[in-house]
Design a protein around this ligand. Sequence first.
Ligand code: PMP
Length: 387
Amino acid sequence: MSDASIIPADLPLRNDLVGEEPYGAPQLDVPVCLNVNENPYDVADAVADSIARRVREVAPSLNRYPDREHIALREALCRYLERESGASLNVDEVWAANGSNEIMLQLFMAFGGPGRSALSCDPTYSMYPEYARDTFTQWELCPRNADFSIDVAATMERIAQVRPSMVLLTSPNNPTGTPLPMDELRAILDYCQTVGVADAAEGTHPVVVVDEAYIEFRDPGVPSAVTLVNDYPNLVVSRTMSKAFAFAGARVGYAVANAGIINCMRIVRMPYHLSAVTQAVALAALDHTDEQLAQVAHLRDIRNDTAQWLAGQTYRGIPLQVAPSQSNFLMFGGSFDDRDAIFKDLLGQGVLIRVVGPDGWMRVCMGTDEEMEQFKTALTQTLRRME
Ligand code: PMP
């Protein structure tokens, strides 16, 4: 790998990018990798065979550009959303891209830009400010409550002050795992309908983006924001096949919104952004939804058990705090005064987690039963060594 810090001084890199580094968690070859919130279970053989068959089918026509509108995939995603969230959607209300990272970038390209602001609630996903930077959008944050829930009144106040073109709400939130209750989301959506956007035409209102990257890990019975898109013309829900669906390597994310919002995204998308291979593998995986989601309930149980176990541990005599999570990861600690030392000590034992979130906290994502045993053994050692 080349050293990312080497940027020749005679290259006219954009002024605001000078000194910036590429974003990304370390990709290290370690026995227990619990740092990027993936599903730890391999794709089943039968599903892998289906994927191979579908790719074989499209291979002869790779001389042609793919279906720019990826209609078959959007239809399959509608069927998935009906089944997973009970939402009844038309094909023009769903739109896919290369991971929800690309969905978010398309939203910033369509609705952000110079003179515009995007607002979110801190702490949250650390990629958002990068999409803002790349699209010259001002990035604004409103602090969350001490328990990491959204401070609805303060958020509304900030929305009124900033008059953003985009409000980003992550549910469950990364890195805290905190869900956003439906009544609070509705309150913010209703409020946004009463607020005008700075540097946009009169009568426009902020677009509210709900990032549901981890939504399938919520407790059963809890609704998804996709059930609200027919009620709110300014709501867009971002989802992904990377997490619960165990398909991070395929790079497929999708947006759910009314057709007007999707049409705005279509203006800024690269032509043929979703390759024929990506469309084929996503369709094959969606044919095997049961297999792909087979471990989600078990991962939820592991999350609940691990949260309980972590809450029983101490660091220098202080019990660890664990943020209540509806996701496949847990943010824990609260009192770690040297997170890097803990990170390195765990890594020395072959366990990779993430230093992320507010000072004093770290994040671990749920692995297989065996991996979680290794994590617990290693963390016990680390905490003992640091007493
Ligand atoms: N949103 C959130 C909150 C995330 O944590 C992630 C991945 N870490 C993403 C979006 C992007 O995921 P992907 O591009 O793989 O869909």
